[in-house]
Write a protein that binds this ligand. Sequence first.
Ligand code: FES
Ligand code: FE2
Length: 398
Amino acid sequence: MDADSSGIKWAERQQQTLRSLQRRLVEHIKAGRTTDMADAPMANPARVYADPVRHEAERQKLFLEMPLVAGLSGDIPNTGDTLVFDGAGSPIIVVRDAAGRANAFLNMCRHRGARLVNDSGCHARFTCPFHSWSFDLNGRLVGQPGKLSFEGLDTGQLGLVQVPCTEWHGLIFVKAQPGSGPIDVAAHLGGFAPELAEIGLESFAPVKSGVMKANGNWKYVLETFGESYHLSSLHPTTLANTIFNNVLLFDRFAPHHRIGFAPRSYGELVDKPEGEWPELYNVLYMIFPNTAMLLGSPMPGHMFIQLFRIFPNGLSATDTHFTLYAPADSLNEQSRAVASAGFDLARGIIETEDFSVAAGAQRNLLAAPPGFKVNYGRNEVALQHLHRDLAAAIGMPL
Ligand code: FES
Ligand SMILES: [Fe+2]
């Protein structure tokens, strides 16, 4: 492994992948800022964003039954570290046990169902605020005040309800529905697996996280991460200053995909030998169905992972769980401050620019006349595939 100018150590294969993406971006720039494209435009009925029946199918098939990214290993490095989230439709805690394993449970007391934990953090055990039943890190019931009153109940059967959870190359996956079978990450990721494994996500640590609210459909929110066609129009004073509008790489690893954005600084690489190219990347990994992970360097000399996990909170409301991670071994006070500023910057742009469009569009799409369709251009190739793959996954036509 070699350290590049951003201070991060990429495995050789990752270096080669990123360099090949960089070459393709430079080719697009050289050709007059062209972009990867689909064969044809695609129309999609407005009801895809506005139909409660479809929404219910999405919640069941995508969010309860499919493996979802719960976070990175660096979110819970130590015994007792716990992630809490509800977006998938079940209240979930993911906790690292004393053996170093990540397990996931419903955040639901086995006495009368109260919520055990409200915030992510480190816990020695989970003690219910209602009557103080307590559960160890493996979900076993280990404390029951006034035990006498429950004589006859088998405490061995009153552990927390487990949900499937697997940790894989620095990613933690859960399935929100208890009893929905073990997670086969290799099968879920298919050809995307080696691309994600080579990033070395294990070496990243969280710096800042938060939940961003949008009054739009979750798919519309997700789409804002999937094309660069809107940069100069919607982000003229922010992202468009650093990234070329409407230049995009698209690689499909169905149903997942990878996108490359073109930093404006790559314009200078056209006539430079590769040996002099800087190590700058803007690569987005879309892990089906709801996770956008941006590997990027918003500031020279710093490499971040920005993880966006997008959850419906109703048909017309979306919660985006956003965490920014930085390489753990280079984290110090100064790099933390830079990373934290990067988070605030990204959040500000996304909330004020992207999400306000998503909200306005949702009001329109709900009120759209029968037969109204949205149109994805050839340049919005990721959106085309996303919608076809989502339709297939829920077993409903577009
Ligand atoms: S509901 Fe948890 S202890 Fe009573
Ligand atoms: Fe945007």
